[in-house]
Every structure is written in structure tokens, then in C-alpha cells.
Design a protein around this ligand. Sequence first.
Ligand code: N01
Length: 541
Amino acid sequence: MTIPASPRAPPKELDALIVGAGFSGCYLLYKIREELKLNVKIFEAGSSLGGTWHWNCYPGARVDCPVPGYELSIEDIWKNWTWKEKYPSWEELQEYFAHIDQELSLSQDCFFQSEVVSAQFLPEQQRWVVATKGGSVTFAKYLIPAIGFATKQYIPDWKGLDTFRGKIYHSSAWPKEGVNVKGKKVGVIGTGSTGVQITQSWAKEAAETYVFQRTPNTSLPMRQEKLDPSQQKDRQGRLELFADSLTTFGGLPYDNVARNTFDDSPEEREATYERLYEEGGLKLWIASYKDLMTDDAANRESYQFWAKKTRARINDPTLKDALAPLEPLHAFGTKRPSLEQDYYEQFNKPHVHLVDIKNHPIAELQPNGIVTTDGKLHEVDFIAIATGFDSVTGGIKKMGIKDADGVELSQRWNEGIYTYLGLMVSRCPNMFLPYSAHSPSVFSNGPTSIEVQGSWIVQIIRKMESQGVHTIEPKKQAEQAWREEILAVANMTLLPSTKSWYMGSNIPGKHVEPIFYIGGLPRYQQKCAEALTSWVDFITV
Ligand code: N01
């Protein structure tokens, strides 16, 4: 689905300006337009709805949360939509966004290929002034950067990067028409969720596949299923699924085992792990014992179960140790496990090679390949860069947000992120940040937490409009309290012990701290509800 760039000029004045047309942008456009009747538009850098699913169209890209469930709960969308696979591919998700557009007529209020490059709050005018790359300037009372966590790619500064003569792509800037690697030599750099998915696809087509691994992924079996359309017609069932998802830690239609690991006997534990592993998806992580992420020994138990299962799928003893070592290299789940279908089996093929860049990092790129510090040249025609993102703060910086004092938000956050509920920021009046820092976003089913946050934003704007409030911003002490909650909850977990994008430690020089809220969706909703009952945490004008 590609909607041509709109020839219309962006409006000069708006009530609300949303940046980004992913799940949160679409949800908020619809709700603000239909329920609040405000003049609201989306500015989107891409050429269609979809957000992350517009950009991430690399081979094998698919979601790791199941459907039905990974979707908006707006009935006008799901009543006429049938999912084909339990874990939809990017192609199916793009079709889904085209369907959303058809049902809710969203693109009429979108300005595509309109990348926002600056946004500043003007105190005298009590509104935001927003500029796009194309040179347009728009004033808006409310600003909603709905830009997700993965807007800013991370590409390491490898020597010789621009000398490579083959084709090279970052995963989130993949050509829509695809890349034909049949008979070619390919390299995949990075083994996060993206690298695993690309490897799994490319290894089936390319003549030689080189996978450059620094840290092995703890990938879990996806257990993909074709879905039966008739089972998606149960209206009551769907309503219950959405309602149930709001009650679980991760916004998914299941929760964790309500016991600690060592409450069970070794046999009971084995049976539990076995069941979760067989059910597939992220369950061995998210639906496991409740102390998995807080207790070292408990975490180790589940890791060792995973390693045993995974090693059994790999033929070569050296590869067993490289892909699934007996001893964990980091606590299980503190780096996001990818979902795989036959990732490990690829390494049993003679044309698939694992390159250890932990011990021999990439030294440089040359015109015909990648050289590692042991002096080896790995000749390749195509390279997939799957090194991830400068999550959240990279995107905020790229958007050039300046507060009421003219200070860049990214600069304010250089030594630590401060938000109120992961939704608002002091000195940034009337700005709301869905699916951003300090929110449950990446530790939850995306659309579920987006709706929790989105409906909070709609409620607060409604209250402002009905009470004639011009501006609202959180007090500094309210921000401080939320930061303390973020840190306290994260410090109860094993998360800070690992270098990962959850902690910002994947980017050289970035401030290391927990970027997201890991206290679970029910507690988060309670905090959001409390904030709406009184205005004590806000400064209003
Ligand atoms: O990025 P990552 P990603 N030299 O940061 C390696 C979502 N997502 O794009 O672990 C060599 O996880 C790095 O190594 P190490 C999902 O939430 C979802 O894969 O730092 N290698 C790592 O292996 C996911 O978690 C899906 O040692 C370097 C990799 O690059 C998030 O997006 C699919 C390096 C980066 O992994 C990000 O995933 C895809 C260097 N200088 C993405 N720097 C779904 O399935 C980094 N690496 C829904």
C-alpha cells in the first residue's frame, strides 16, 4: 500500500498536530477527530500509514505478539478484518493499515512525506510552531509526537563503510521492491530480532550467508499458525480478549505463572517450561514464573532450559556453544528474545557461516566485503545492517523538539530522562508523547498500551477544552517522582545488569538508564487514572 504524497499544502493553524502515522498516530487522529471534534492532522515522513510497519519491510519482518490482539480495539476496524497468520508479516500488517484507512478515512487528514525537523513551544502565543523538511510551518495548540521508539537508526561508524561496492541497507530503510539475493553472497551484521529474521530468510536464497554475531540471541520458537477465519467472527470473544489484555502485565491475553520458580519441584518446573516452550511465542519469557526477571537463580534455570532445547537443534558442537552457550552471557530476557521459525537449523547448512565479532570485531569494510580484526576478508555482494536503533531519545533529537525556554529536549535528557508518566514533559506544555520513554510500550503489547495512553491523552484534552484551560504541563516534582518509580522498578529487576537498547547502552556515549517502565500495565493504568482525578501534578494556565 503506497499512498502518493499529498499535493496539498500543510495547514498553517491546527488544534492538534500528530507526528507519525503508526498505531498511536492513527488511534489518536481518529479519537481526537471523532470524539473531541478538533482540527487535527498527522504529519508523516513516510508515504503511507503504518509507522514501524511502513519502514521495516526487510525480508522476514513480522511481529512477535500474536493476533487477534496485536491490533486496535476499535470495532469498526476489526469487525470487517480477518487475520491470516498468528504472527503477521510486514506485508499483512501493511494491508491491515490500508484496511484501517478504508474504514476510518484517516489518510484524508494526513500529510505524507512531511518530515518534522523542528518543534518549539512559543510561550507568548501558547502554542507550538512546527516546521517540516519541505519548509512548511504550522502552529498548533497541542503537539503529539507519535514517533515510536525506532525512528533513529543506529549504524556503527565502520571504517570504509562508503567504499563497499555491493548493496548495503539498514533494516529500517529497506527497498519496498525487495532485494534479490538468489545466488549471491550476503552478510548480516547483528543478531537482534531483526538480524535473526533476515538471516532466516536470506539463508534460504543466498549462495553464501555470513552472520556477524557479537552476542547470541536467545530466540524462542514462534510456532506460527494459519488462522481460521470462522474463529475470528466471535464478537463477544474479541471484546473479552481486549478487556482481558488490559488486566495483564504485558497487555497480552495471558499472564505469567503466579508462583516463584523454586516454589515448584524440578519436575514441575521442567513441565512448566516445556508447556511454555511448546505453546511458543514469547511465553517462555513473558508467561513464565513471576521471579524470572528479578531472581538470578530463577533466571538461570529458565536460560538453561532454553539452551538445552536450542542446542539440540544445532549439529556442530562449536556452533552449539556459539549460538546457545551452556552458561548465560546475560540474564535471560534482559535483551529481547527474538521469535524464530527455523533460525537455528540454518546454521546446519554448509553455506551458512557464523562469524564471531565478539572476539574479532569488524575492522573495516572494503569494496568487496567485510574485514574482521583477525585479518579475514568475508567477501559479500549484499550487506544487511541489523544493528538496531538509538531508541526513543534518538528520534526525539531528530525531531528537534525545543521546550518553552528554547532548550532542546534531547539536550535536557543528556544526563537522564525526565517525564511525567512517560506522557508529558515539564516546560513542554500541551505536548503528549505516546509510546515513548518511561512508558510500558516495549514491555507490553504495543496497541494495548497505546490505547491506554491514547485514551488518557484524549481525556486530558477533553477536560482542558471543557474547562477553558489553555496550557498544561507537569510540575518538576511530579516528573521527579515518576523518574524515581521508573528507576525503583527497574532496579528490582535484572534489566540494568545487561547492555541493551532497553538501557540505552547499545549506543556509544548514550546515558545509561532504564528507558521504559517495567512495572506492568495494571499498575501503569492505576497511576494514569490517579493523575486524572486531580490536577495537583500539573501547572495549568
Ligand atoms: O536491534 P537490536 P534490532 N558491531 O539493538 C549488534 C524490535 N523488533 O533491530 O547484542 C557489531 O536488538 C548487537 O550486538 P550486541 C524489537 O523490540 C521487533 O534487532 O549489542 N554488532 C545486536 O546483535 C527489537 O528488540 C521485531 O552485542 C553490533 C544487534 O546489532 C528492537 O526492535 C523485529 C554493533 C542489534 O540488535 C530492536 O531490534 C525486529 C557493532 N558495532 C525488531 N552494534 C519483531 O519481531 C550493535 N550490534 C516484532
